[in-house]
Design a protein. Structure first.
Length: 326
């Protein structure tokens, strides 16, 4: 499906060096920020206290967050949990404050002066009632295990993609695609390190999703490059012209697919609330850089690795009659 068709090929490869210098600098900066500043892991990885609250009516999350922040117990995470009236408050580990005390102080701040019952687990009445469902401590060991499991999941996805590409394409395409996709992941992590955005399990899920998403775009362009090399039309064409045509002819599909996906992700980013904010942000960065790397990083690397028609077109086997003639 195409909304438009570009009649003349755009000379992407004539600017390949410029694009890849920009890409290389961005990649190196991302690595530097990851090394120097590191990722700002949330409580799921670092451990802390979890307080589950149930409200009689949907609460004002921003007001609740303000009350919790006033306690100065560390950076709090306040988000909906299950339904609009259930709230989950996460607070980091405080060495000098016990879990029970964190739970009591947080609940008192949320109640904001409302009368409490004798058990001190319910405050307010009627539509203003707030109930403390549970208070749990998440140990740092659990967070460490989650971080290790997340890193292992990322490694398995990368290895799986590498195996798939090795079977699907000639090695130049496989190597170029793997480099381009790892480039996207490192840049996403670099953004989170530089701005110290909270890195949670949902963000890790977004990074894994970007890997698959970026691979899909790379495969589409790589397939078109391979088809062009095998086409009689490009028998005598220069490699750069073959690749320019592949990117140009898939441009309409790229704009439609990634444009519509980005619109949905941006709607989650702006209207999905705090819970999905960084998840959508990681996806948005990944989509933009995924398109960029597939068209301008992967394709350029394929060209620089010396791909040619001979690499992709198998020589015709001579028949017995041809052998007799020769």
């Amino acid at each position: 499906m195409e909304f438009f068709r570009i009649r003349h090929d755009i000379p992407f490869m004539s600017h390949a060096l410029k694009f890849n210098v920009i890409s290389g600098v961005t990649f190196l900066l991302a690595v530097v920020f990851l090394v120097i500043k590191g990722l700002h892991f949330n409580i799921e990885f670092t451990g802390g206290t979890v307080i589950e609250l149930k409200f009689a009516s949907a609460p004002d999350i921003s007001a609740i967050r303000t009350h919790v922040d006033s306690l100065n117990l560390g950076e709090a995470s306040v988000q909906s949990f299950g339904s609009a009236t259930d709230l989950l408050v996460r607070l980091p580990v405080k060495a000098d404050v016990k879990t029970a005390e964190v739970g009591d102080r947080t609940f008192a701040a949320v109640c904001d002066g409302k009368a409490m019952n004798t058990t001190r687990d319910v405050c307010g009445a009627g539509a203003d009632e707030v109930r403390r469902q549970r208070v749990e401590s998440v140990g740092s060991q659990v967070g460490k295990e989650l971080a290790e499991s997340g890193a292992l999941a990322l490694l398995i996805v990368v290895v799986g993609i590498a195996i798939y590409l090795a079977f699907r394409f000639e090695w130049r395409f496989a190597v170029s695609t793997i480099i381009a996709n790892l480039h996207d992941v490192v840049i996403i992590l670099g953004f989170f390190a530089f701005f110290q955005w909270e890195f949670s399990l949902s963000v890790l899920a977004a990074v894994l999703a970007v890997l698959g998403y970026s691979v899909n775009e790379s495969v589409v362009i790589a397939d078109r490059i391979r088809e062009n090399f095998r086409s009689p039309r490009f028998r005598r064409a220069h490699v750069a012209d073959v690749i320019n045509n592949a990117i140009t002819t898939t441009l309409s599909r790229t704009i439609i697919t990634h444009g519509s996906t980005l619109i949905m992700v941006l709607s989650i980013l702006f209207f999905g609330g705090e819970t999905l904010h960084y998840f959508a942000l990681a996806l948005a960065i990944g989509i933009v850089f995924g398109v960029y790397s597939s068209a301008l990083v992967m394709a350029a690397l394929v060209m620089w690795l010396g791909v040619s028609r001979e690499n992709l077109v198998k020589p015709e086997k001579k028949t017995n009659a041809d052998k007799v003639m020769t």
